[in-house]
Design a protein around this ligand. Sequence first.
Ligand code: BGC
Length: 891
Amino acid sequence: MSSIRPDRLRCESLENPIGIDEWQPRFSWILVSDERDQQQRAYQIAVSSNGETVWDSGRVDGDVSHHIRYAGVELRPLTAYQWCVRVWNQDDVCSDWAEASFVTGMKPGATWQASWISYPIHAQHPAPHFRSPSFTSSKEVQSAYIAFTAKGVCDVFIDGQRVTEDYLNPGWTDYFKRNHYRVYDVADLLGNGEHHIGAIVAEGWYAGQVGNVPEGIYASRLHFLAELHITYSNGSSEVITTDDQWQCTHGAYLAASIMHGEHVDARLAKSGWCTGVTEGDWKAVAAAPFDAEEWHGKKKENIPLAKNLCAHPAQPVRVIQELPALSVSEGEPGNYIYDFGQNMAGVVRLNLDLFSGACVRLRYAEMVTPDGVLYVENLRSAKATDFYICGSEHDVYQPRFTFHGFRYLEISGISEPLPLEAVTALALGSDTPDAGVFSCSNEMLNQLQSNIRWTQRANFLEVPTDCPQRDERLGWTGDAQVFIATACANAGVEAFFRKWLNDMQDAQRADGTIHNVIPEMPWGGNADAAWGDAITVCPTELYTAYGDPELLPQWYQRMKAFCDYYHLAVDENGIRSGKHCLGDWLALDVEDFNICSGGTSKELIQTAFYCLSHRLTAMAAELAGDAAIADEMSQRAGRSAKAFAAHFFDADGRCSSDTQTAYVLALCFDLLPEEQRPTALRRLVDKIHENDDHLNTGFVGVSYLLPTLSRFGEHELACKLLENKTFPSWGYSIANGATTIWERWNGWVKGVGPGDANMNSYSHYAYGSVGKFMYETVAGLKALEPGYKKAQIAPQPGGSLSQASYSYRSIAGDWQVQWSLTDGAFSCDFSIPANCSAAVSLPLTDIDALQIDGQPLADCPSVSQLRVEDGRVCFDAASGNYLCRVAAVPA
Ligand code: BGC
């Protein structure tokens, strides 16, 4: 039996996906072993459908275990495939097969048989209900897949039963450029007999308020499109499609808006609407052919409804956690406020034992004021209010077409509070699998990690957004760029970000510019320094985390186009001064904290990011084998970096823009010649001391500050900033009750209340980008090769910490580092997944005293390159589990 086996099989980075649009999908697996020093010497993949092999890779030598392309016969649409993989270890012993599956989507570019259906033109409704004519399945169903999309967001039913509990399908794209559909397996819903398909469509992003633009920015008319493909065991098949035979009506939903909430009158619900009942106000639908040019959109472009219709490439939005109500209090008289103890994005589920006609109002908020009333001012124009009128004495209400950012729920319209067990919060988010777990001996930092994770969950909802509560909820490029490395270290976000990169591709103009928010809005302007750089930073970070070898070759031309735009506003020396730079957003290095762009020179930020983006593009071009572009980009970056030092710094390493962020960017991006660095570092440290050992950076400086201090030998100061509890710091928000990351360092002050309500979100992940420092530097795990094929294990104790650990489910396998200091003695346990290796560096100086599993380090066969470097014991380690201890000195 082989000492390694494949596990966690993924196709297009999803586990057993249904409805993929990639016709040569890519396969990945991790390798697991109980033994040390294990490698994959070869693999074999076999793909079959209905027992018939469609691809057998044969034995392929090599240690690659991810993003391997299918190369078999052409796949069929809406078909289930089984795929399996086996591997050979270094001794050429073969493992068992490991199995998984995938289901293809509709063929890319195919014309669907279905027609778009909508409410009759002059009788619109906020939540039309559509119903198919009845159809009968009289034979044994072998497989049945429903593929559907909507202009709007929809719930789809068969015989009144939802085909999925997933939320807000088909999600959000720039519908003028790209539209997604979803596929679900519905074989279990199709027993013998008569059936109906039903759908409820609500405005969603398509026709509802997006950001602060009150009307739909795309169009107003809701549509639905579906095909149900049934294959019977006897080989026959049938397709049921939306067409002009469908009917429509409306039911309980009087309003259903993402931003403002739902209005539901359950008395109006038409029971059995998705069955054969005929009573009620049914109308014939309006139907348009699949590729009809039927837009009533803002842009007034004549674009087919099915423009670029493709399968959604990432996880759907789902209930990712249920949270019970912990307490209830009375706010304003008659208004009962439930506390879930956790800020999140989502909805609630209420068990309402009232009476038919009882009307409850639900308001949501992230905070309660010191007077005990709901704080909703920071929601701005988002009403975030659901109304529900009971239809019976025992109703269960759970909103379906909205979500709110909240920790508190206020219920009005009841004479006494509902029991706590009748009130449950449902956290919603794109269902990206958890990947990273960090913990340490400082409880405040454990809370910080929890806050980072919850803010990621709340804002990774279809696109990476700035915040989930106010009238914004947009894909702000800067925020995503700052946070992406931390995000990848916390969850499996490869598919999620690939989807957003598609959105970004759609948003890029011919001159290389991208919009500040993606999908783009009809306002907001071009993304400039630290925002626009999302186009270079995000693909690079994804490549680092997930190692997809095709990503940067696909992206480098787009990155270059952005660099070319950047280049237009560079003077003859290489200093950039474009118009749109937002500055070091919300930095506190200005007298008036209401000046959002901070104190750092915008020219400096632009020139620094100009250099960064050019370097990343050079690297991507090199990977793509385009030496000419790589060279051009490097030359531009080199020239600008030189100019940067000369223009902004004097010979003593003092910057004309004397802020923490300015020094951090200069040092972190290597923009200063060696000799100027010590003084620049000194000045950065002085600036922090002058601020009473506190940071004052904004979005631009924050993620680089602590890693830069550590890198240049000021690790203790970095840990001090990390562990601070007074203003401004992460600990300050936690001391003030934060359960998510705040937009502003001074978002709320205990006993005083909220900061400026105009821009004061309590769920904004930019400052959560400190996570990367905790995992990479404090715990000490960092990718050295793309996809964590090789990583650095270099823990750095500091501050008050006596213990820290981080485990990470990488695309290559599961890593773990755990160190502790007991009575001053350092020990460290770590795991390196099979087929991977690590460069280990421990904060110890005595090689001879270090033992692995109780044996001298030098005797450990899976360890090599033993040495002491920069005051630390360093070595290379092959895969496996290691317990590192310092031998007790004999008395
Ligand atoms: C958003 C931010 C964003 C900023 C830039 C804000 O309204 O919430 O997160 O990056 O605008 O202008």
